[in-house]
Ligand binder design. Structure first.
Ligand SMILES: [Ca+2]
Ligand SMILES: [Ca+2]
Ligand SMILES: [Ca+2]
Length: 226
């Protein structure tokens, strides 16, 4: 039952594939009301090195929670992790998150999967936390996650919680005058992001693509499932 997140299922467009995704979309739309600080696609690119650095630093956090040091954070370890970070999620939410981020389907979070998961948690938890007492206790990390959310909000012009191909093109056109090659690069980027090839990029897809771009390990190239 449920949970398999759209792999090979291209029948739905911009309809949330799961309860979790619906929540993500809702959280993203709420966040979008605050607008984006990003002025251009280039301003996102310029932030790459900083994001890269911050995500790499995250490795220590990962290792800390990988109690048996097998390179994976299993559901039990994840629960300890949330407990320690004072993240309150229901059992069901944790399971959904785990399932959604365990793209290598080995019942464990690899480093990149863990980062994506934390960022999704960040987005989900945000509205609830009134004062900005660092939710996860890692303020740098939160700033990075905020940048990623901000970048997504910038790209999602119509604020429906997904980035479409047109929006990607639009975002690029706003910036690059005269650089023709960038359009093609944008398309390539878009295709890299749209893993399930449904023509829409969800925040989760965006994050996974992002960890790949900044070269976070744990990304296993493209899967050719036919
Ligand atoms: Ca482990
Ligand atoms: Ca959109
Ligand atoms: Ca997609």
């Amino acid at each position: 039952m449920g949970g398999v997140f759209g792999k090979g299922d291209s029948s739905r467009r911009s309809t949330p594939a799961s309860k979790l995704e619906a929540k993500m979309v809702e959280a993203m739309q709420k966040r979008a009301q605050a607008g984006s600080n990003m002025k251009s696609f280039n301003s996102i690119i310029l932030k790459f090195p900083k994001i890269d650095q911050s995500l790499r630093n995250c490795k220590t956090i990962f290792q800390q929670f990988d109690e048996d040091s097998n390179g994976l954070i299993d559901p039990e370890e994840l629960k300890h992790c949330f407990h320690r970070l004072e993240i309150t999620l229901t059992e069901e939410e944790i399971e959904d998150l785990f399932e959604a981020c365990d793209i290598s389907e080995n019942m464990g979070m690899k480093f990149n999967e863990f980062i994506v998961l934390l960022c999704l948690v960040y987005l989900l938890q945000k509205p609830a936390s009134v004062h900005t007492k660092s939710i996860m206790g890692f303020s740098n990390l939160e700033a990075t996650f905020e940048t990623l959310v901000d970048a997504f909000v910038f790209l999602d012009k119509n604020k429906d919680g997904y980035v479409s191909k047109n929006e990607m093109v639009q975002a690029l056109n706003e910036t690059t005058s005269g650089e023709r090659s960038s359009g093609r690069i944008a398309m390539k980027r878009f295709e890299e992001m749209d893993w399930d090839r449904n023509g829409m990029v969800s925040f989760k897809e965006f994050l996974f693509a992002f960890t790949g771009w900044v070269g976070i390990d744990g990304v296993e190239g493209e899967e050719d499932d036919d």
